[in-house]
Structures are given as C-alpha cells and as structure tokens.
Design a protein around this ligand. Structure first.
Ligand SMILES: NC(=O)c1ccc[n+]([C@@H]2O[C@H](COP(=O)([O-])OP(=O)(O)OC[C@H]3O[C@@H](n4cnc5c(N)ncnc54)[C@H](OP(=O)(O)O)[C@@H]3O)[C@@H](O)[C@H]2O)c1
Length: 246
C-alpha cells in the first residue's frame, strides 16, 4: 500500500494548468485530492471524474482564495468529506505584467489579493487545521531570482510568499509539518503563454540550458516529491524548478 494512502491533499487552482497536473499526479500517488478552482467548475468536475475513473478519490471545491471566509468553508468541506487535510498545495495564482510606472491600483491590488493574501488565507487555515505530519507546498516563481522587467508586482508577491513560507516552517515546530516553496520557470500554461508572441515564447524556452519550456507534469513531479515520503527532510526551502535558467 502506498505511504500516501488515506492522506488528503488540497490543491488550490487545480482546474487547469500546473494545478490540474498536480491533482492528477497526487491522486496517482495515492492521495485523496480536493480540487479547488475559482470559476471553471466544468474543468474541475471533468478532472475529478477522470481521477475517479481510474480508482482515485476527488472532490471539487469552489473558493476564491482571496476570500478568507470562502477558504474557511473550503477547509470545512474537505474535513467534512474526508476527516481532515494532510497536504496543502498553494498553487492558485495570477500574473498581470506591465512596467511599474504603468501598473494601475486595481492591477496591483488584484495580484496582492490572489497571490499574497490568497496564500496567507490558506496558510492560516492550514497552520491551525493541518494534521500532524502534513506538508505545505507554496508557489513562488523563478522571476524572484531573475527579476525581469515588467514583473515587479508579480515577483514581489512571490518573494513575499517565499518569506512567509520559511517563517511558517519554523512555527510548525513539534508537529512534523514541513513548509516549502516551489519556484517554477516558464511553464507551458495559459498564465505563461497568453499574450506572448511565438518568437518570445521560443526565446524564453531557450533561456535555460535544457532549451525547452517546463511542462505542468515537470512541476507536478516536484510537488509529488515534497508531498511524499522522499521529501520528508526538506523544510523551509525554495526549490527552483526551471531547467537551470537561474
Ligand atoms: N506557468 C508558469 O510559467 C509559471 C511560472 C512560475 C510560477 N507559476 C505559478 O504557478 C502557479 C500555477 O500557474 P499556472 O501557470 O498553472 O496558471 P493558470 O494556467 O493560469 O491556472 C491558474 C489556476 O489558478 C486558479 N485561480 C486563479 N485565481 C484564483 C483564485 N482567486 N482562487 C482560486 N483559484 C484561482 C484558476 O482557476 P479557474 O480555472 O477557475 O480560473 C486555475 O485553476 C501560479 O501560482 C503561478 O504564479 C507559473
């Protein structure tokens, strides 16, 4: 029997992109998965059915992570369905790029609300409610290291996530809960591809020595490592998964 059997993983932003691959991979590894989404109920349901068809267990849970009350209700629903939560993957995120001088207040607030406050909202619940021995995996980005133009606000939200994550790892002392961040490089999803020319995508794909974009499955594999038994000794770290770009 897999070491992950009877463990419950809540993955935010799991209706598509990296989050959907994470939910699928964790289900394959034996976890019961809670598939959170903001608006795409149909995609989330489709994924849950796909997982259940091959013998996995999944529940969908709508919640805007920026809404603290909705996040509380999501944890309530996961606990009611499965008895508790063992793994939180804070994957939900948005990216709105422009030069700092051109960022309007709404664009600034939206990224802070989803990427930073959204991560805080789920971390606060997890800190109180995760079962002992659990895992928290937060999502940063390799742009925290690369610092490219137009990424100021987005990268700042992710730098804040890295800091919160490391501090929480210390606050979990005595509970055998690890807290880490993953910082992907360019990965082929809507978030990265939308609004970019083929030429720019090609250039960014070649920015790492492996000369390709990351896939959602590449990143899901790193999450699976941190969530599973082999990741037990990694705590309070940022794991950059970017093919060697930075
Ligand atoms: N792709 C990259 O190159 C890259 C690189 C570095 C880091 N990252 C990080 O990796 C994570 C996943 O990115 P991705 O590329 O997979 O993005 P994506 O393809 O745009 O998917 C985003 C997911 O997040 C959900 N979401 C968005 N806002 C939400 C909210 N307020 N509450 C709950 N769920 C919300 C979406 O749900 P709906 O479908 O319901 O809208 C969707 O499932 C993000 O944190 C991102 O910053 C991505």
């Amino acid at each position: 029997m897999s070491a992950n059997q009877n463990k419950v993983a809540l993955v935010t932003g799991a209706s598509r992109g990296i989050g959907a691959s994470i939910a699928e991979r964790l289900a394959k590894d034996g976890f019961t998965v809670v598939i959170n989404y903001a608006g795409n109920a149909a995609l989330a349901e489709e994924l849950a059915q796909k997982i259940e068809k091959v013998g996995g267990k999944a529940l969908t849970a709508q919640a805007d992570v920026a809404d603290a009350e909705a996040v509380r209700r999501m944890f309530d629903a996961a606990e009611a369905a499965f008895g508790g939560v063992d793994v939180l993957v804070n994957n939900a995120g948005i990216m709105l790029l422009s030069r700092l001088a051109d960022v309007d207040d709404a664009t600034f607030d939206r990224q802070i609300n989803v990427n930073l406050k959204g991560t805080f909202n789920t971390l606060r619940e997890a800190a109180k409610r995760l079962r002992d021995g659990g895992r928290v995996i937060n999502f940063s980005s390799s742009v925290v290291g690369l610092k490219p133009e137009t990424y100021s606000v987005y990268a700042a939200t992710k730098a804040a996530v890295e800091t919160m994550s490391a501090i929480m790892s210390k606050e979990m002392r005595g509970r055998q809960i690890t807290v880490n961040s993953i910082a992907p490089g360019p990965t082929g999803t809507d978030l990265f591809l939308n609004g970019k020319s083929d030429e720019l995508i090609d250039r960014l794909a070649k920015a790492n020595p492996l000369e390709r974009l990351g896939t959602p499955e590449d990143i899901a594999g790193v999450v699976a490592f941190l969530a599973g038994p082999d990741g037990a000794w990694v705590n309070g770290q940022v794991l950059r998964a970017n093919g060697g770009m930075v």
